[in-house]
Design a protein around this ligand. Structure first.
Ligand code: NDP
Length: 337
């Protein structure tokens, strides 16, 4: 079974391995396989599920809602997000304006087939909307009971501090930050994690397996495994590109001996690695097949000794990304008047 961790300073407990459906539900995998993956997660003891309105342009929420139908609502923790464009992509179908946030939560609840989500997250920071406006909208959503808690995703340390302070003034808590974090991508360690600890937020981290790369299945010079994300022309192949470099893939192969020492698969080692960080409440793990879920949950509760943590660093060397500025990579820096 999967261990629970508190989310930030709140009383909410979530499974330290949380199932996420980016690129899979409503896109890479058929709906029956999506349902099998969700059921594999439930069977393994996962009760926390992460999605977003933008995934497969709202279809992923519907597929997840359908797959969770019939489950006891109180036994689930459902997370979704708002920010990226949805629907026809009109001027107000995006961002964190009061209009888009208040309209989006209703769409998400309808698609997920629930009266409330446990965690509603700002999928990015919106430089076009005053932070006060966004946080007031979140406060109202919490007061309406449509979301129980609020979180953010890929916000910088300063943005997290400002958001947490406003939330406190408005009578609610910001409890989570959702950044990319893996053995290969450690940009949150220097700034986001300390700011989050100071303000009472946990990390729930995405792509802990670097989208499958850290499972070791992509071997330099060999054909891509059939059906894998790197072959998914609907979106996955483009998203995983950052890690599909020979120098990265070669270094990753060096992790096999570390995994062997712990009697783990490389996929399990990757998930266990992010969970060694005390500020991480959950690894958000994706799957294209139910067997992957069954394998990955075995990372719960694994302790990696300090000498093997050091060995991982030696093996990966300079392919690890640590620059905090990468949090804002590709994001607009200011509102255009
Ligand atoms: P992972 O790093 O866990 O990658 C998951 C993918 O790796 C699977 O879909 C599968 O792809 C492959 N895989 C999983 N298990 C195994 C295994 N045991 N052996 C071999 N391959 C395996 O995470 P994701 O990139 O999927 O992200 C997880 C979640 O994080 C998302 O669903 C979403 O909830 C969240 N997220 C949030 C973002 C944000 O901006 N806030 C951005 C991105 C993700 P395949 O079989 O197709 O190769």
């Amino acid at each position: 079974m999967v261990n629970y961790r508190y989310l930030g300073h709140s009383g909410l407990k979530i499974t330290e391995i949380t199932y996420g459906n980016w690129l899979t539900h409503g896109s890479q995998v058929e709906n029956d396989v999506a349902t099998q993956c969700v059921h594999a997660a439930l069977d393994a003891g996962i009760t926390s599920f992460d999605t977003a309105d933008v995934y497969a342009n709202t279809k992923a929420e519907s597929v997840l809602g359908e797959a969770l139908k019939g489950q006891r609502r109180e036994s689930l923790e459902i997370f979704t997000k708002v920010y990226w464009p949805t629907g026809p992509g009109g001027p107000n179908d995006t961002g964190l304006s009061r209009k888009h946030v208040m309209e989006s939560i209703d769409g998400s609840l309808r698609r997920l087939g629930t009266d409330y989500v446990d965690l509603y997250q700002a999928h990015r920071y919106d430089v076009e909307t005053p932070l006060e406006e966004t946080m007031q909208a979140f406060a109202d959503i919490v007061r309406q009971g449509k979301a129980l808690y609020i979180g953010v995703s890929e916000w910088t340390a300063d943005q997290i501090r400002a958001g947490a302070e406003l939330a406190k003034d408005l009578g609610f808590q910001l409890i989570s930050s959702q950044p990319q974090y893996s053995m290969l991508w450690r940009v949150i360690e220097d700034e986001v994690v300390p700011a989050s600890q100071e303000k009472g937020l946990s990390q729930i981290v995405w792509s802990p397996m670097a989208q499958g790369v850290l499972s070791g299945k992509y071997v330099p010079g060999q054909e891509l495994p059939a059906g894998s994300r790197a072959t998914d022309e609907k979106g996955g192949a483009k998203m995983i590109q950052r890690f599909m470099r020979d120098d990265v893939l070669e270094r990753v192969q060096g992790l096999r001996s570390v995994a062997d020492e712990l009697d783990l698969s490389m996929a399990q080692l990757a998930v266990a690695w992010v969970l060694q960080n005390d500020n991480v409440a959950a690894a958000l793990v994706g799957a294209s097949r139910p067997e992957q879920v069954a394998e990955n949950v075995k990372a719960s509760g694994v302790e990696i000794p300090a000498e093997l943590m050091a060995k991982i660093d030696d093996v990966l060397g300079d392919v690890v990304e640590r620059d905090p500025a990468k949090t804002l990579e590709g994001m607009p820096k200011a509102r255009v008047a």
